[in-house]
Design a protein around this ligand. Structure first.
Ligand code: ZN
Ligand code: ZN
Length: 100
């Protein structure tokens, strides 16, 4: 019972397959010319998209409702303060546990 042998399409295996679209390619490079163009475009737009996404993520982070790494939230007035501030402008003191 060996029904699961990989269905060989005779003649096809000698053909190069285009790494972009996966279709057999007859060109010597093995890549359809239009596919290599498409791939270059895709890479370019992928890079663009990623850098744009990264930029958006950074923006979202700074715009987000949570405090940044160097910020803390005043539990009294919910203002974002620099972590090193010892008092909020509302008067709430941030006592560090080590030095009471
Ligand atoms: Zn192709
Ligand atoms: Zn406050």
């Amino acid at each position: 019972m060996s029904e699961n042998k990989p269905t060989p399409e005779l003649g096809d295996r000698d053909r190069k397959r285009c790494p972009v679209c996966g279709e057999p390619s007859y060109s010597t490079a093995g890549v359809h010319p239009q596919c290599s163009v498409k791939q270059a475009d895709a890479e370019r737009s992928q890079n663009l998209k990623e850098s744009r996404l990264a930029g958006e993520a950074n923006q979202a982070e700074s715009k987000s409702t949570g405090p940044s790494r160097w910020q803390k939230v005043c539990p009294n007035c919910r203002a974002f303060l620099h972590v090193r501030k010892k008092h909020c402008e509302c008067g709430h003191p941030f006592a560090t546990k080590s030095q009471a």
